[in-house]
Each structure stands twice: as C-alpha cells, then as structure tokens.
Design a protein. Structure first.
Lengths: 205, 207
C-alpha cells in the first residue's frame, strides 16, 4: 500500500464514523447558536414548559431540550426506549401527559410495564389498574429526554419526555407535584432513571 | 360480541390511523352517495365502529358515523361540547381512547368534570383523583358522535367520539365492556347522554 492509499484509508476511517454519527443526529438538535438562545430565554422564563419556550423561539421542543445545559436535560436515542420504559415503570406514580393536536391529557397513576408484541413493532402496556395503558409505537419516537428544570425556590420540574420524529412531544411521564413540591420518593426514582439514561448513547452531540 | 378492550384497541391500531387522502372540505358529513356505500358496508358486516370501516370506503370516520342509521349514531356540533361533557362526567366509569402519533393510549376511570377557561380556548378538566384530566380544545373538535352499534351477537358498543377537523376521532369515551358487559346502571348513564344529545342540533343535515 502506498502513502496515498494509507492517507485515503485514514481519512476514510476518520470520516465514516463522523458521517454515521451525523446521519443519526435528528435535525431538531440545537446548534450552538440555538443552544445559547435557549439558555438565555430560560433565564427569564424560569419553570416554563419547553413547549412555551419553543413557541417563543419558533423552534421545536427537541431543539429547546437539546439546548439546555447538562444537568437540566439529557437526551438519548430512541433505541433505548425499552430500557427507559423499564426504569419509568419502577416509579411509584407519575403524571402521564399526552398531546393530541391542541388537546392535552393528564393521567395520574403508575407507569405500567410493557413488552413488544408479536409484530415487534408495538410496545404493549399492561392494562392493570389506574394510569395510562395502551400501545406505543417506538418507531414513531425520535428522542427521549429526561428533564430536571429549576422552578421557584429549590423546586424542580422533573420528567421524561418522548418526542416524535419531528422533535415535538408526544407524551411524557412527569414526577407528580404536591403542594408545589415534587414527590420526594418519585423524585428519587426519577434520579435513578436519570442515572440509567446517563449511560446510554446521546441523541444529540 | 361486544368490543372488548383488546379488539377495540387492536383494530384502532391497524385501521384507525391517519386518512390524509380524504378531503377535509366535507370531512364531517357524508354525501348521499357516500351514505349508500356506508349502509351497504354495514349490511354486509355489521357491528364495526367507524374507524374500522372508513379507510376501506375512502371516507373519514365522521362521514361514516354521519351515514349510520339514526338509532346507531348521532352527531352534534362542537357548540354542544360542554353539555356533552357534563353528561359524560356522570358516567360511573369509562375507557377513554386517545389516538395520537401512532400511539394508542387507553385510560380507565371516571371522566372528570370540566369548564371553559376564562382566559384561553381550553376546556379545563378537574384534576381530582384517578382517571383522565387535562385541557381540551372544543374549538378543534368538528363534531361529536354518540354511537351505539350492535354486533352480530346483539351486544352493543356504546361510546362518544370527538372528531377533529379532518373527521378523525381525536379521543373517545366508551362504556367498558372488556370481560363483562356494561352494567344496567352504566347503560342507563349512556342512555342519558344519548337522550341529551338527541335534543341538541344535528351537525349534519338529515338525509
């Protein structure tokens, strides 16, 4: 092998992983400029939902979530869905939020365990007791973000958001808030989910 | 057979997804020609909810519902949203089905009371206890259909469907029928909703 081939080979070795990585990065991931704007915007909008900030900036929720500082947001690839869901089903309780066009649904109850159906496409939730059951299509999920956003005082809005492929929230499991404070037990369980997600591949660079 | 939880949801997954090809202009009310198609389809295979039929007919769910016999479906405009919801909140229990982004979410429990926001277009549901709460947008509902559709064995599927601007069901409340048929009390609660809606203006002109 001559030097040309050696250099070409090195370039190939270096570029292929970069190309592969960028090919998998969703278009809604915040650019450095967008991340700066998101962080500036949040300074004046403490405790606001990402959807509110996204609307104000004219970007997707995925852009806002991926633009937040480390410690406030952690986004993982949708291939991690099953592991994330297993962790959520360890929570004692949750508020499941679902968006359908302009409608917003809130369901109080545990996150039910689930498993893939025979077609390996649908993820079927066990319909036991209160809370949200049904069937999730992981292929329609573009990213999973855990958020821990400061609100007033030392309170935090904590939860795990499931975004569609366009970067908008489809549904979320939030830590219940009682009298302005997060449930301590569930907040600790959220911490376990956060730690589990930290070990997973990130969805945005 | 009635539509239990599994059959209802499985069929929703298979058939109840977007029907973008259907024109939005007359998304809610069937034309006389469309109505004939619906009636022929139901004569051949009765007992199906609109979302199980509409794709094959190239119509929206709302159009299918609008063409069902008067004793099987009844549609009212979104101006009646608050009154319909008030009636639903008197049901002892319900299965709420939300079809969103390919996901099918079921919620079991009572339907919470609600009232219009004084500041926004939201209809806010009481956040007390188990079941579904949240913020609904009556202005984004194009029609509300009560259905009571008999199956082959005579058992009925009873529910109220809230259609979006494209004539798709955004969310629906059904009487639970998984495992056991609804109780006489639950049927009476549905019948009260039916009677209330019968007294409201119709969303489509009578054919």
């Amino acid at each position: 092998m001559n030097y040309c081939c050696f250099i070409a080979g090195l370039v190939g070795v270096c570029l292929v992983p970069l190309w592969a990585a960028s090919a998998n990065v969703p278009s809604f991931c915040a650019s450095p400029d967008q991340a700066t704007r998101v962080r500036q915007e949040y300074l004046g909008l403490l405790g606001q939902a990402p959807s509110v900030v996204a609307a104000g900036l004219g970007v997707t929720e995925g852009t806002v979530l991926s633009g937040l500082p480390d410690g406030q947001s952690l986004g993982v690839a949708p291939v991690e869905f099953e592991k994330v869901w297993a962790s959520l089903s360890e929570w004692d309780n949750a508020i499941t939020l679902i968006k359908r066009d302009g409608h917003e649904f809130e369901i109080v109850g545990p996150v039910h365990t689930g498993r893939y159906g025979r077609d390996k496409q649908r993820f079927d939730l066990n319909p036991v007791g209160w809370g949200a059951a049904g069937h999730i299509m992981p292929s329609n999920i573009g990213a999973i973000f855990a958020v821990s956003l400061p609100t007033r005082g030392d309170a935090k809005a904590q939860g795990v958001l499931f975004l569609n492929n366009a970067g908008e929230m489809s549904f979320a499991a939030m830590v219940p808030v009682v009298s302005g404070r997060s449930s301590q037990t569930v907040s600790k369980q959220f911490g376990d989910t956060w730690q589990a997600m930290r070990t997973m591949p990130r969805v945005c660079n | 057979m009635g539509f239990g939880r599994t059959s209802l949801v499985m069929t929703a997954i298979i058939l109840g997804t977007a029907t973008g090809a259907v024109a939005a202009e007359s998304a809610v009310c069937a034309s006389p020609e469309q109505a004939k198609k619906v009636q022929a389809a139901y004569q051949e295979t009765p007992g199906r909810l609109p979302f199980m039929v509409n794709k094959a007919l190239g119509m929206t769910e709302a159009q299918v519902a609008s063409a069902l016999p008067a004793d099987q479906a009844m549609g009212v405009p979104n101006t009646q949203f608050a009154q319909v919801w008030d009636s639903l909140s008197k049901w002892e229990n319900a299965v709420v089905l939300i079809l969103s982004g390919g996901h099918t979410i079921e919620v079991y429990g009572p339907i919470h009371k609600g009232e219009p926001s004084t500041r926004t277009k939201n209809f806010n549901l009481s956040p007390e206890g188990a079941g579904m709460s949240g913020h609904l947008r009556p202005d984004l509902v194009s029609a509300i259909y009560a259905v009571t559709i008999p199956g082959k064995d005579g058992a009925k599927t009873r529910g109220v469907m809230f259609m979006d601007a494209e004539g798709k069901s955004a969310f629906s409340a059904f009487l639970p029928s998984e495992g056991a048929p609804p109780t006489p009390a639950q049927i009476a609660q549905f019948d009260a909703t039916w009677a209330a809606m019968k007294a409201m203006p119709s969303v489509c002109a009578k054919m």
